[in-house]
Design a binder for this molecule. Structure first.
Ligand code: MRU
Length: 346
C-alpha cells in the first residue's frame, strides 16, 4: 500500500493522512498535542472506529509527553484531563472509549514509579493498540473466507478499509481477503451520503487493490438486489451492543432492511473492541448529530435553499434481527447474539 492512515514517528509526533482531502490530495498532518488529535477526530481528518481508537491511544501517549508533571501522580492528573478531552471528540464509536480506558488502565500500573517509565509505557501501549489492530483485521478477513462464494457480488457501505483502521480494514478486509484468496469478487460501493466515504475513500482504496467495483447511489442497493443479484452485504460497525444491535454509518439500517426483504445475507465485520458488552441494546447507543452544512453543501456548493431545517445523524442502529452474522477476529458469531457474542469475552 502506498499510503498509511496513522503512524507514530519516533520524535514524538503522530502523523495522519488527511481523509478530508482524499482522493484528490494526499496530505499528511503532524500532531504533537493531544488536543489537536481530539480536533482531528472531531473534524474527520481521521475517521472509522478502529482508526479513531488508534488515534486516541496516540493522543494519550502525546499527553504523557506534554505533561510538565514532576512525578507520576502529577502526570496522571494530566492524563485524566486528556482522557476527558479525547472522549468528547465523537460519541458513537466505542473504540475511542475502549482505547482511552485501555491506556488509563495500563498507566495506572503501580509499578510505574517514575515519569520516564510512565511515558515509555504510554508510547509502547499506544503502539501496541495500533499494531494489534492491523493483525486483528487480517485474522478477521481470514475468518470470513468461508462466507464468500467463489464468484460474488457484494454491497459495501461507507469506508471500512485501511483508512478506517490502522491497516487492512474490517468489512473491506473481508473483501480484500477474498480477492487475495483468488475469489472473483465484485463490489457495489455505496457512495455514502453525506460525506461520501464510499465514493471518495472506498473507491480510492479498491482501485489501488485492483478489486473490481462500481460506485452506486445509496438508494440503488434495492435495485441491484432485485435486478442483478447480490450475494451478500458487508458493513463495519461503530458500536455493537451485547444483543447484536449495530450502530454504523447512516443508511446501514436501510440497506439491512432491503437485504432482508430480498433474502440477501447481511454481515457485520468488526474487531471485538467494537463490541460494547456494557450496552445491552441499540437503544443505549448515543448517535452523533453532525453539522447541517454536511447536508446543505457539497464542497463549496450550496444545494438547498437558505434557512431550511436539517437533520444529520451520522449513524443509525440496525436491529440484530437483520444481521446474519458478526465477523470478528475471534470467529463468526450467529444469532442469538446475546449468547454468541458473550462467548468472545469469557
Ligand atoms: O463517520 P465515520 O466515517 O467515522 O463512520 C465510519 C463508519 O461508520 C464505519 O463503517 C465504521 O466506523 C467501521 S470502520 C472499520
Amino acid at each position: 500500500m502506498s499510503y498509511f492512515t496513522i503512524a507514530w514517528l519516533d520524535d514524538g509526533v503522530v502523523c495522519m493522512i488527511d481523509q478530508r482531502k482524499l482522493p484528490h490530495e494526499t496530505i499528511y498532518n503532524d500532531y504533537t498535542d493531544y488536543r489537536e488529535v481530539a480536533t482531528a477526530i472531531r473534524d474527520m481528518v481521521i475517521r472509522g472506529a478502529p482508526a479513531i481508537g488508534a488515534a486516541a491511544g496516540y493522543g494519550m501517549a502525546l499527553a504523557s509527553l506534554q505533561s510538565e508533571g514532576e512525578n507520576v501522580a502529577a502526570v496522571r492528573v494530566d492524563l485524566a484531563t486528556a482522557a476527558d478531552t479525547l472522549r468528547q471528540a465523537r460519541p458513537t464509536a466505542v473504540n475511542l472509549f475502549w482505547a482511552v480506558d485501555r491506556m488509563l488502565a495500563r498507566l495506572d500500573d503501580p509499578r510505574l514509579t517514575d515519569v520516564a517509565g510512565l511515558r515509555e509505557a504510554a508510547v509502547a501501549e499506544a503502539k501496541a493498540i495500533a499494531a494489534e489492530d492491523a493483525a486483528i483485521n487480517r485474522q478477521l478477513g481470514q475468518n470470513a473466507l468461508d462466507l464468500v462464494p467463489e464468484n460474488a457480488t457484494a454491497i459495501h457501505h461507507c469506508n471500512t478499509g485501511t483508512l478506517a483502521t490502522v491497516d487492512y480494514g474490517t468489512a473491506l478486509g473481508v473483501i480484500r481477503a477474498a480477492h487475495e484468496a483468488g475469489k472473483n469478487i465484485n463490489v457495489l460501493v455505496d457512495e455514502t451520503r453525506p460525506r461520501l466515504q464510499g465514493g471518495r475513500l472506498t473507491a480510492w482504496e479498491l482501485q489501488q487493490l485492483g478489486v473490481p467495483f462500481k460506485v452506486i447511489a445509496d438508494g440503488a442497493s434495492g435495485y441491484y438486489m432485485r435486478t442483478q443479484g447480490v450475494d451478500f452485504c458487508v458493513v463495519g460497525a461503530d458500536r455493537i451492543a451485547a444483543n447484536g444491535d449495530t450502530a454504523n454509518k447512516i443508511g446501514t439500517y436501510n440497506l439491512a432492511v432491503v437485504a432482508h426483504e430480498n433474502g440477501v445475507p447481511f454481515y457485520v465485520a468488526a474487531p471485538t473492541s467494537t463490541i460494547d458488552m456494557g450496552t445491552s441494546s441499540g437503544d443505549g447507543i448515543e448517535i452523533e448529530e453532525r453539522p447541517s452544512t454536511e447536508i446543505t453543501h457539497a464542497g463549496d456548493w450550496q444545494i438547498t435553499p437558505d434557512g431550511i431545517e436539517v437533520g444529520n445523524p451520522a449513524f443509525d442502529v440496525t436491529p440484530a434481527k437483520y444481521v446474519t452474522a458478526i465477523i470478528t477476529e475471534k470467529g463468526v458469531a450467529y444469532p442469538p447474539f446475546t449468547e454468541s457474542l458473550a462467548r468472545f469475552f469469557v
